[in-house]
Design a binder for this molecule. Sequence first.
Ligand SMILES: [Zn+2]
Length: 331
Amino acid sequence: MTNSNRLIEVPCPICGSRDSKAVFQTQDYKQQITDDIFEVKRCRECTVGYLSPRPTKEELPRYYDEHFYWSHENDDEAKGKAEEVLKIRETQLKEKAAWLNDIPPGKLLDIGTMKGEFIYYMNSLGWNVQGIEFSDTPPNLFDMPIEYGDFLQMNIEPESYDVITMWAVLEHVYEPREYVRKIAELLKPGGKFIFLVTNFNSIQGRVFEWDDYPRHLTLFTKAAVRRLASETGLKVTKKSTDQRIFGGHMRGGLVYLVKRLFGYSREEVLKEWKTDGAWDAFLLQWRNKPSFIIKQLARIDKALLLPVEFVLDRLGFGFVLTVEVIKPVSK
Ligand SMILES: [Zn+2]
């Protein structure tokens, strides 16, 4: 782990206001690439959450190592094998594609396309696909048309896409407003922008700090999404906080609370809970020793919190927010 002194304060990435309220301080619990302390603020003007201080834009790539791009494929043998990746992500791909079910296949652009599995899948359903990936770390597993680099710097024909997608990407980018503005330009009239972000108005986002810091820079709310859409001439037509595409991490909440109550510091318990691959230790152990009590507690946790999560998801307070916005045909 290393420290970086190059953290900067920024205004709200959605509305530009500097009127904010500190919510909590946080760290890179998940990958532990840095010891830096970051702060999550909430904009009083537009309700969005955002990381500030945060790394500079130039520093961001160092927080994305190879591991980041294989978060679902833990088995080393699966790495590099296109068929294995499709198998592991089968449900996720079907659920993503379901958001495009009512649209006749046309031209699709996927921003933050990683290894290209989603555009490969959509191509097999008849779509003319193009991917953009910020980093050339993930391999182009399916030989798809992927352009590498900064989307904002790319020269792309206006009004040329029927659908643009961003799956769990917009919360990672430095300039979300500029992204959506450019996306609005690239969509044909009547075209759709479909994206998934985390929901800051959720217990997981606000209490359990389940956003992936410092990789998540903007913590969206439904109000902030509506504002962003209307400012860029787009209209929100569908939204959901269910977990069909990505899970929401409510499970573990009871274990978290009990560990906090009986002696763990906030940093200790969050590190145990969020470190990639340490999930079992969190649910079965007390300070790295097997614990019968924690194991029983984890069972109660599962029985209790899964139904709670189900209800919160349907009430719009789930951790994962999927949105469809449309570019109106006439202004
Ligand atoms: Zn704001």
